[in-house]
Design a protein around this ligand. Structure first.
Ligand SMILES: [Zn+2]
Length: 235
């Protein structure tokens, strides 16, 4: 039976409680740790229809995907079976919509994957949504006065046998990004969609949109390189 795994990656940022600005500070005491949950499959994964418009879940089970051993920045050892990936906008927040749209265009400009917007949620591989991600966890650093807030979060479901992504859900928190610029919101969206494409966190010292805890740059040369390597079927 197919085993599906759920992977949740969160982008955390520490905000000093006394201020209300979304401080872009990568040197904070919070650490984003990927949590992996194993969902037990029940064999109920056969779709009723298998037409070409169906989500990639159907095609995902067909063959084991090639995953490169070494890439410019780390990957989660998972990817979409096809370079054409459907994405559905599940938010009415204009600022979040705008950030996701810009981020999709930015990833498409790399020339590797072709993210296409769909109005059909059932067809979507990736769901772009808004949601509240804040959690007060200032107890870990008593007296310091930090509270932990997440700017974005992405959960993915994939088949560990074929390394194929089945679906992904990227969430941006409008409250946490309220005071941010469109530019910064777009970088956070790029980071989350990077996870949705199979990219993992890059080391802090790298010039990459995938560094944890906070973003300092948009999609960089190393990120473009990793995406090319991950989706290169010619090897
Ligand atoms: Zn992340």
């Amino acid at each position: 039976m197919k085993r599906w795994r759920l992977l949740t990656l969160s982008l955390l940022v520490g905000l000093v409680m006394a201020t209300s600005t979304a401080v872009a500070d990568g040197d904070l005491p919070t650490v984003s740790t990927p949590s992996v949950t194993i969902l037990s499959g029940n064999g109920d994964d056969d779709q009723a229809t298998t037409n070409d418009d169906s989500s990639q879940a159907v095609r995902a089970a067909k063959h084991r995907l090639y995953i490169p051993r070494r890439t410019a920045t780390p990957t989660e050892d998972i990817r979409w079976p096809s370079r054409r990936i459907w994405i559905y906008m599940d938010t009415h927040d204009r600022a979040i919509q705008s950030a996701f749209k810009s981020a999709v265009s930015a990833w498409n400009r790399v020339g590797v994957v072709h993210l296409r917007w769909t109005k059909n949620e059932g067809r979507a591989d990736i769901i772009a949504r808004d949601g509240s991600l804040s959690s007060n966890s200032n107890s870990t650093t008593p007296g310091v006065g930090y509270t932990t807030s997440q700017l974005g979060s992405t959960s993915t479901q994939y088949n560990p046998d074929t390394h194929a992504l089945i679906n992904a859900r990227s969430t941006l928190d409008p409250d946490q990004l309220d005071y941010a610029s469109h530019h910064f919101r777009t970088e956070v969206a790029e980071h989350e969609l990077g996870h949705a494409l199979g990219l993992a966190h890059a080391p802090e010292y790298m010039h990459s949109v995938m560094i944890p805890r906070n973003v300092k740059t948009g999609i960089a040369r190393l990120d473009r390189q990793t995406l090319r390597q991950l989706y290169n079927d010619e090897q």
